[in-house]
Design a protein around this ligand. Structure first.
Ligand code: SME
Length: 165
């Protein structure tokens, strides 16, 4: 049973991500306002993806992360680089996949219902860090390398203007 469940779930996830990517690309085509694009990415992902309890961007503003477009319960307004999961992703420039937020040192609990989290750095057209995308789930272990692969691909397409492979 355990062996048959995992592939079915991951192919469903693949399908939903493909659908999201098509919608997001159509919405953002020709748009160069970053906030409009962030709002569109959040609007699609939050409503299409199962278990996306909080979906939003923290933008890089004067060397700090400041909350941007999001859907979900009220989020923290500002996060320092290096702090929490978002600040760690921003400081390292690397996606953070956290199976259990209670195990992540310094995790910032904006909503105590959050149990697992993925944070993906967002680069602009010239390769500079402009934001991070933060997604929280009420369940443990929601996010894996499939989420990482698809979210990185979508963000690259929308904000850097290209996808490699
Ligand atoms: N949990 C995040 C903070 C942002 S909120 O969850 C919306 C973190 O540790 O960076």
């Amino acid at each position: 049973m355990g062996n048959t469940l995992a592939p079915a779930m991951s192919s469903e996830k693949e399908e939903v991500y493909q659908r999201c990517r098509v919608k997001i690309e159509a919405l953002c085509e020709g748009e160069d306002d970053e906030i409009a694009k962030m709002a569109s990415v959040v609007g699609v992902l939050h409503n299409e993806m199962r278990d996306f309890f909080w979906t939003g961007f923290y933008r890089v503003v004067s060397g700090r992360l400041v909350v941007g477009p999001y859907q979900g319960t009220v989020g923290c307004l500002r996060i320092e680089f290096g702090k929490g999961v978002c600040g760690t992703a921003a400081a390292r420039g690397e996606t953070q996949v956290v199976e259990d937020v209670h195990e992540f040192p310094g995790h910032i609990a904006c909503d105590e219902r959050s149990q697992s989290e993925i944070v993906v750095p967002v680069m602009g057209k010239t390769g500079e860090l402009i934001a991070v995308l933060d997604v929280d789930s009420e369940n443990k272990g929601t996010f894996d390398d499939l989420d990482q692969k698809h979210l990185e691909k979508i963000l690259k397409q929308v904000f850097e203007g290209g996808v490699t492979a």
